[in-house]
Design a protein around this ligand. Structure first.
Ligand SMILES: Cc1cc2nc3c(=O)[nH]c(=O)nc-3n(C[C@H](O)[C@H](O)[C@H](O)COP(=O)(O)O)c2cc1C
Length: 203
């Protein structure tokens, strides 16, 4: 589904990009964008970027929240270097948002709430603590999952030690609105000690 390009007047944009992001996200949801909360999370792997799609779990004054297993590739990369970029693309409304900043681990309560709100299947898989590790025999996965399910049954409310919820504190946020005539609108916010400032960018 492709909708008509929504209205966007950068001159009327709010001072805080978080507010604009929430407005765009709600608009994407109302417009029926498929999986609007799916985002590309880019981390740093040595000297090169490393990217995958994750689900945005929450947004609040601390930033954009997502959760990972510390044993996974992204978990290890974030532990080494908290620099992170989130990219949203909503084709049906011709919009892209790029959020650059630093991932900060959430308090244990937030991490626990995130884990316990996940489905039984997601909790069991996370509890295996093997994400991104190589394996040879599919039976290993079956066996580890059965063990994890048993552990969860025995200990309701269990949260694995390696589960981490992060909040991304942004220092740069760019909003991109497509235009059929290629005069795409780009509004970039940057944060310094004085707060947020914004500027238009050439398409
Ligand atoms: C739409 C979508 C949503 C996903 N959501 C998650 C998620 O919430 N958590 C997760 O660990 N992986 C999720 N994945 C899988 C990740 O993209 C990735 O394959 C996995 O986390 C391993 O990444 P890593 O090896 O870079 O750590 C999702 C994939 C897609 C396509």
């Amino acid at each position: 589904m492709v909708c008509a390009a929504p209205e966007f007047d950068p001159a009327q944009a709010p001072e805080d990009p978080l507010e604009l992001f929430i407005g765009w996200l709600l608009h994407a949801i109302d417009s029926g964008v498929t999986e609007p909360h799916a985002m590309t999370v880019s981390t740093v792997s040595g000297a090169r970027p490393s990217a995958r799609v994750l689900i945005l779990k929450d947004i609040d004054e601390d930033g954009w929240h997502f959760a990972v297993s510390a044993v996974s590739r992204k978990g290890a990369e974030l532990a080494r270097n908290p620099a992170v970029t989130l990219t949203f693309y909503w084709p049906a409304v011709g919009r892209q948002i790029r959020i650059e900043g630093t991932a900060q681990a959430d308090p244990p309560r937030v991490t626990a709430d995130d884990f316990l709100a996940r489905s039984d299947a997601a909790q069991a898989m996370a509890l295996t603590g093997r994400q991104s590790q190589p394996y040879c025999d599919p039976a290993e996965v079956v066996e580890a999952l059965a063990k994890a399910r048993h552990e969860l049954d025995q200990s309701p409310g269990l949260v694995p030690d390696d589960w981490v919820s992060y909040a991304v504190r942004a220092d740069t946020v760019e909003f991109w609105q497509s235009d059929p005539g290629r005069r795409h609108l780009r509004l970039r916010y940057e944060r310094d000690e004085a707060g947020w400032s914004s500027t238009l960018l050439w398409p």
